[in-house]
Ligand binder design. Sequence first.
Ligand code: SF4
Ligand code: SF4
Length: 90
Amino acid sequence: MNKVMSGKVPVINPDRCIKCSKCVSICHAQAIINERSLSCSRCIKYCIAMEVPCNTDNYVFDYKKCDSCGLCVLECDQNAISMTDHFEKV
Ligand code: SF4
Ligand code: SF4
């Protein structure tokens, strides 16, 4: 049986993000990455409604690296990052 991990993690509101990359610079865990650097299609795999348009300029979080310190939330002067509950099967 899978174990379920939970905790607060950051999420980015892409409508507010101006791609300044300040959050990327402040993150000591290198947990914020540009989608362009990923081999993508994750939306195709996970989004059953296909509602999310693919935008490779967006920043995304690597939750395996993120330790939920919240520094990126404080660094973003656009209020584009917030902490939310996260649940993941491992
Ligand atoms: S600091 Fe805020 S506005 Fe700048 S790239 Fe990060 S989320 Fe976007
Ligand atoms: S919460 Fe901390 S570790 Fe996680 S992405 Fe933000 S700055 Fe990096």
